[in-house]
Design a protein around this ligand. Structure first.
Ligand code: ADP
Length: 396
């Protein structure tokens, strides 16, 4: 079966068409500036040319129509007709505490996505728009919602509760949900496969990209994860602060006469490694600036590595040890210097990198022969995870 995977944002829509016979990518692409003017980039993987051009997309529906037209077209297509697409899998940010697994889109699922609008105000409405657009353009094709929060639903109450009055948990659903769940699920499952699926295997994943999060899991079930009610929590990120003393918010608002919206913009868009360095949110820019002697760029890199290292230590404590450590996403997969900085000093926990292997790329083991903990780079593939869930649900 061929499955279309959709990640709809408020003004963009990323897609991949995956052939589940051999889990191969047939085409991928991106619609941008939906509702503004519109642009489509479509990349067939069968040797046909890339299509990239301005196109008018008043809504997500026109964007999906354009994608389907390209997928079946003579010049850029990868399938002969739309009927070859057996199902659509959608990335949905927030499923709340009700959705512990992916689900076929029906009225209850839609209602749950809507109920979580206040918890994911930027993403959930856009994700639902993507679902509605596909329903309109591909009536009869099953749609599946895959939630970023479902991985975190295995956490025990002591891990997901905040030490706030209990009524806010009951009344307002305030708890740790965790995000990047589809990536953590994919990478931890792969880590188990690579290490022989021994029962009780304890895995720490470091998903380090523009947004970063860590997870601790045993046998693929989440024990703890660093993001919280929202993706602002945890380690510092490209532009997000990660964990801070909550009183800083009131203090800075008073000192600088900031509204709560302005303060949230500071925390979400002006903080993290961008905030510390004043240079960039991009780790390659920071590496370059630090190499040229920029002290604040180096400080931002040091702070990032230090906080990731502390989370690894915390998760070793939470699980009573660790068997496998993985690195994934843009920084985790590509930055050997960041992996080395993070692992430096963790030898006391049996975590020892091999400096030569650590220079490698792709899915590889990078631990030293005498490391107690096995360390891997595992490229994440959230789209494939979504397609696998979709296939499983459609096949019943
Ligand atoms: P997103 O969270 O947007 O999915 P990615 O996982 O694509 O982000 O990660 C993007 C980050 O990865 C950027 O900060 C980029 O600088 C960083 N990155 C990519 N390649 C390298 C590299 N070779 N060295 C250091 N950082 C890198």
């Amino acid at each position: 079966m061929k499955i279309l995977v959709i990640n709809a944002g408020s003004s963009s829509l990323k897609y991949q068409l995956i052939d589940m016979e051999n889990e191969s990518l047939l085409a991928k692409g991106l619609c941008e500036r939906i509702g503004i003017d519109g642009r489509l980039e479509h990349k067939p993987q069968n040797g046909k040319p890339v299509f990239a051009s301005e196109m008018n997309f008043p809504t997500h529906q026109e964007a999906i129509e354009a994608v389907l037209e390209k997928l079946v077209s003579e010049e850029y297509g990868v399938v002969s007709s739309m009927s070859e697409i057996g199902a659509v899998g959608h990335r949905v940010l927030h499923g709340g505490a009700e959705f512990t697994k992916s689900c076929l889109v029906d009225d209850a699922c839609e209602a749950a996505i809507r109920k979580c609008f206040p918890l994911g105000p930027l993403h959930n409405p856009a994700n639902l728009m993507g679902i509605k657009a596909c329903q309109a353009v591909m009536p009869g094709t099953p749609q599946v919602a895959v939630f970023d929060t479902s991985f975190g639903m295995d956490m025990a109450p002591k891990a997901y509760m905040y030490a706030l009055p209990y009524e806010y948990y009951e009344k307002d659903s305030v708890r740790r949900y965790g995000f990047h769940g589809t990536s953590h699920r994919f990478v931890s499952a792969r880590a188990l496969e690579l290490t022989g699926k021994k029962p009780g295997t304890r895995v720490i994943n470091a998903h380090l990209g523009n947004g970063s999060s860590l997870s601790a899991s045993i046998d693929g079930k989440c024990v703890d994860t660093s993001m919280g009610l929202t993706p602002l929590a945890g380690v510092p990120m490209g532009t997000r602060s990660g964990d801070i003393d909550p009183s800083i918010i009131q203090y800075l608002m008073t000192q600088n006469d900031l509204s709560i919206d302005e303060m949230m913009t500071v925390l979400n868009k002006k903080s993290g490694v961008l905030g510390i360095s004043g240079v960039s949110s991009d780790f390659r820019d920071l590496d370059n600036a630090a190499a040229e002697g920029n002290v604040r760029a180096q400080l931002a890199l040091d702070k990032f590595a230090y906080e990731v290292k502390k989370y690894i230590g915390a998760y070793i404590a939470a699980m009573g040890g660790v068997d496998v450590l993985t690195f994934t996403a843009g920084v985790g997969e590509n930055s050997s210097s960041m992996r080395a900085s993070i692992c430096e000093g963790l030898e006391c926990f049996g975590i020892k990198l091999d400096p030569e292997k650590n220079k490698g790329r792709g899915e590889i083991e990078i631990s030293a022969d005498d490391s107690d903990v096995r360390i891997f780079i595992i490229p994440t593939n959230e789209e494939l995870m979504i397609a696998r869930d979709t296939l499983a649900l459609v096949q019943g």
